[in-house]
Every structure is written in C-alpha cells, then in structure tokens.
Design a protein around this ligand. Structure first.
Ligand code: IMP
Ligand code: ZN
Length: 366
C-alpha cells in the first residue's frame, strides 16, 4: 500500500480541474481567518473547527466557500493563495496544471476582474522554489528526470511546472458579466489564459444566461470546459453537449443517451473522485462512472477539483483510483500520459510533457 502511494506521488501528473480558491492551504486558511476574526469581519470560533477538520461534510464545505469569497477580496491574499497552490501542486509532481478561477469584481476594495487576475499572475511570478512556466511563449522546460522528480533548491535543481489559467464563469453571473470574463480571457491570452470554465452552485442559474458568452468564447477560438451533470438536469446536459465543449467536468448524472453522445464525440471527462464523494454525488466510490469509462477507454483525466477544501491531492486521487479499481502501476502512468492530449496548451507544451512522462517511465519502471 505504501509503495503504491509512493508510486502515485512519483508519477509526473497533469491536473486539469482545480479551482484556485478551493486549493488554499489549511494553514493559510487558518491564519487568514484568524486575522479576519480579530478585525471583526467573521466570527473565527464559528469556522475554526471546520478549518481544522479533514473529512468535511457538504454544509461545512459550503461554509468554507463563503469564507473563500471574503478572503478573495484582497489582492495580496489572492496572490498568496495562487503562489502557495502552485508550490503545493509542484510538490505533488504535477508537471502541468490548468488552474481555474472566477475573476471577481469588488468595487469597495478597488478590485476589478482584471486586477484580480493580475494578482493571480503576480502570485505565479513570486514563486521561487519551483520553476514556473506560465507564459504562452514558454513551451520547453528542463525535462531531465532530476528536474522532474527532485527539488534540491540548494543545488539549484528545482521542480518544473507548466501553469495555464482557465477563467471561470460563475453560475450566479449575468450574461454581461460572463461576456466580460470571456473578453478578459482574450486580453490575457499571452499571460497564460487558455480557456473558459462554467462552474458554481449547479442548482443556480439558467443555461441560456451563459450560452451567449460560451458561444462567443468558442467563436474566438477559446476552448471551453463545463461543469456538467453535477445534479440531475437532463435538459441542461443536452444543451451543454449541443455546443460541443472541449471537455466536461464531473458528469455524475448523465442518462444513457447522453453518455452515448459523450462517448461517440470522445469528449474528455475530468474525473474528481473525492469531490464527487464529498459532495454526495454518489453512494460509494466503487460505483463511480470512472470504471465504465476506463473500460470503454474513454478519454479522461484524474483531478482534485478543490484539494484544500476536500483534503486531497492529485497523488491521492491516483491512489484512490488504483486501490478502488485495481489499476496497475503501468496503467496509472499511462493514465497520466493520456491526459496530455486533452490540455488546452500548445503542441510545443504537449511535446515537452510527452518527453517528461517518457523520461519518468524509463526511470520509474527500471
Ligand atoms: P475560485 O473560482 O478560485 O474562487 O474557486 C472557488 C469557486 O469554484 C467556488 O466559489 C465555485 O464557484 C467553484 N467551484 C469549486 N468547486 C466546485 C464544484 O464542485 N462544483 C461547482 N463549482 C465549484
Ligand atoms: Zn469543479
């Protein structure tokens, strides 16, 4: 068991579904919440136990989402969360991540969607312990096995990570606000923004509100990924599939007919095992649609969704898949490698990622 866990840690991995504020470190959350408590913005005692807990219930997760929204009104805090999140993903041997976040307007704090994103990018630039390649022009890294698997910062060998950003449209937003997010994504293309996500509480909002912005994104050549079928809503799932998204996330409540469409169109699915369990989208992990998709060789990628919120990591998601569905070490590394095909970055990055995973295969399978 320990050996399998270690293997899951060592594999160079690709993370395509992680929300920035859901990736906050527990220690940072604790520290920042305490300060907010001292300032009288929140009642610290009301959240302290939830922050300290690892197996959080669904209502407790929503309680923390509210806290994240308060924290994300400060530029310095946003930069810090972004910096630490990437450091943590790199420590897990994630070599490519598409980190998604909802650009936020907050007039009273002098925050615009653009200044929020500038804070995220400032956080990426501030990382020193890891070599971060986040500009669209960065398409080659040091692919040596030492650079992938070591973090000897004293000897100047640092881990490498490619970072790309997805801008999320929150389901609470208006059509105009969603359009603003797509325009911002187009403006920030050179700073690593590669696509658009639709997320937020799945029982909030109407599909037709977001459709104009998502169609506009597609017309402008921005790939889109949609939180799809998180709750039963057949009409919405069908409308989502009608616009041919480049990827979908979760896909917990799809009927056979919609699965046929997903499978025949080979739409990659971002699988978030722990998240689906915690948010009670299924009764038990062994009943997850991962098993059926894996058997069908359908394109998919293992992701964390919100590693801070759900107390998980990419390595842990690989371990969970291996231990639940009986995947071998070789199958796990193939799963990581297959994900390269579904990233929204350039062919140059895909080539570099292939080299990285090939090198790791040679080293690890010796
Ligand atoms: P942010 O976009 O960086 O602020 O990340 C947190 C946000 O991501 C939340 O407020 C939600 O809108 C979204 N989010 C995180 N996890 C989920 C999920 O499981 N389903 C839908 N939306 C989610
Ligand atoms: Zn998500």
């Amino acid at each position: 068991m320990e050996e399998l866990k270690e293997w899951c840690h060592l594999i160079p991995k690709i993370e395509l579904h992680a929300h920035l504020n859901g990736s906050i470190r527990d220690s940072t959350l604790f520290e920042l919440a305490k300060v907010l408590g001292e300032k009288g913005v929140i009642v610290f005692a009301a959240v302290e136990d939830v922050i300290m807990k690892s197996g959080r219930s669904l209502p407790e997760c929503f309680q923390l989402f509210d806290l994240f929204h308060i924290l994300a009104t400060d530029h310095e805090t946003v930069a810090r969360i972004a910096k630490e999140a990437i450091e943590d993903f790199a420590a897990e041997n994630v070599v490519y991540i598409e980190l998604r976040t909802t650009p936020k307007n907050n007039e009273s704090k002098g925050m615009t969607k653009r200044s929020y994103m500038e804070a995220v990018i400032k956080g990426l630039r501030a990382i020193e312990t890891v070599s971060v390649y986040f500009l669209n022009t960065d398409d080659s890294t040091d692919n040596s096995i030492e650079a992938i698997l070591t973090n000897d910062i004293h000897g100047a060998k640092k881990k490498n990570i490619y970072v790309r950003l997805l801008l999320s449209i929150d389901r609470r937003e208006t059509t105009a606000a969603a359009m603003e997010t797509v325009d911002l994504a187009l403006e920030l293309k050179d700073l690593g923004v590669v696509g658009i996500d639709l997320s937020g509480n799945p029982v909030v909002g109407e599909w037709n509100t977001f459709l104009p912005a998502l169609t506009y994104a597609k017309e402008q050549g921005l790939p889109i990924t949609l939180h799809c079928g998180e709750v039963p809503n057949r009409k919405e799932v069908q409308s989502m599939l009608d616009i041919c998204p480049q990827r979908i996330g979760h896909a917990c409540f799809l009927e056979n007919e919609e699965w046929e469409r997903v499978k025949s169109s080979k739409i990659p699915v971002e699988i978030c095992l722990t998240s689906n369990l915690r948010t009670q989208r299924l009764e038990s992990i062994d009943r997850h649609h991962f098993a059926d998709l894996y058997k069908a060789k359908h394109p998919m990628v293992l992701c964390t969704d919100d590693p801070g919120l759900f107390s998980t990591s990419v390595s842990n998601e690989y371990y969970l898949a291996a231990s639940t569905f009986g995947l071998s070490k070789g199958e796990l590394i193939d799963l990581a490698q297959n994900a390269i095909e579904f990233v929204f970055a350039s062919d140059g990055v895909k080539k570099a990622l292939t080299d990285i995973i090939q090198a790791a295969k040679r080293e690890l399978q010796q």
